[in-house]
Design a binder for this molecule. Structure first.
Ligand SMILES: Nc1ncnc2c1ncn2[C@@H]1O[C@H](COP(=O)(O)OP(=O)(O)O)[C@@H](O)[C@H]1O
Ligand SMILES: [Mg+2]
Length: 309
């Protein structure tokens, strides 16, 4: 891994005084709506993941909240003292590698920077070679650029198993790798799913279409499980941009039925996420007391069994 001498900041734990959501074992569809409370659902059968762990944050729908979920979960994990690597597996121009700043090694020009695409085309490269430090202690990024699309169009040999191969071989002390997938169920997303222990599915809580679209993801998960990664599990559904409404309640209920062993994690609406992106700061630092930040903090505790959960 290429560490640089540039300064990093430590991400602090959140105060216990803040208004975190309650944790319950089932999604409540029984209480009359007026009395209904948004809660985090952790079914009795849910198991937090052991470390080290690889998690694909995946939904083929653009705008579902994958990038927000990946970054805010990563920040919550580093605040717990874990070492985290984000892999930006989305070729879109405005994605994780634009939002999350990272340190380019001395003497390397921006256009000469090795990135995720090179891992698919250059046999001599290792994951450590393209894992860069970020301004946040413990958080590392494997960036990508729009030419990552070449992986999809050219599909070099071994594309499906490339990430799995490199992650298994990686000789570093990363506890959690989060893969921010793109809005397609193409070869890159399949490569992420083959490499992963867990899938986290972010869904816009007020979009009936996101809920319907998740069926296509199920078919891809079934194929990956059958051929290349039988133990892949859906660990959580994150209901992004969540506000209390009867539609959001219904959508949460439908995912709780569909994935009875998965945690259902609301991430409440915050209108300043766009401002945080413009400022190139995670929401956790831009507005540390935002309810969305608290929700991702709880989500990290639930998913990885550390600290508050
Ligand atoms: N908790 C939230 N509150 C408000 N807006 C949100 C929230 N989560 C996501 N969004 C909005 O959804 C947009 C798309 O999210 P993003 O994570 O980029 O989706 P994806 O990576 O799935 O394409 C964000 O730019 C933001 O405007
Ligand atoms: Mg994204």
């Amino acid at each position: 891994m290429r560490e640089t001498q540039r300064e990093t900041v430590q991400v602090s734990p959140l105060s216990d005084d803040l208004a975190f959501l309650d944790i319950v074992t089932e999604w409540d569809m029984v209480t009359v709506y007026q009395d209904w409370k948004t809660s985090i659902v952790v079914p009795p059968t849910f198991q937090p993941g052991s470390l080290p762990r690889v998690v694909a944050v995946c939904n083929q729908k653009g705008g579902a909240g994958k990038t927000v979920t990946t970054l805010e979960l990563a920040m919550a994990l580093v605040a717990r003292g874990l070492r985290v690597r984000i892999i930006d597996a989305d070729p879109q121009r405005a994605s994780m590698s634009v939002w999350l700043r990272f340190f380019r090694p001395e003497g390397v020009a921006a256009d000469g920077l090795k990135n995720l695409k090179d891992l698919f085309f250059d046999d001599d490269l290792s994951l450590q070679d393209i894992t860069y430090a970020t301004p946040y202690e413990g958080l590392h990024l494997v960036p990508s650029f729009p030419d990552l699309d070449d992986v999809e169009s050219k599909q070099p040999p071994g594309t499906d198993t490339n990430l799995q191969f490199h992650l298994r071989k990686a000789d570093d002390d990363i506890d959690v790798t989060l893969i921010d997938c793109g809005p397609k169920l193409g070869p890159l997303t399949v490569s992420a799913l083959v490499a992963a222990h867990d899938v986290i599915i972010p869904v816009q809580a007020a979009s009936g279409l996101d809920a319907v679209g998740a069926a296509a993801l199920d078919a891809t998960l079934a194929t990956v499980r059958k051929r290349l990664n039988p133990d892949l599990r859906v660990a959580a559904v994150v209901l992004t941009d969540f506000s209390r409404s009867s539609l959001a309640r219904k959508i949460g209920g439908s995912f709780a039925r569909k994935y009875p062993d998965a945690a259902i994690l609301p991430a409440r609406t915050n209108v300043r996420i766009g401002d945080a992106q413009l400022a190139k700061e995670p929401l956790r630092l831009f507005e540390p007391t935002a309810t969305t930040v608290l929700d991702y903090d709880c989500a990290a505790g639930v998913l990885f069994g550390r600290g508050r959960s």
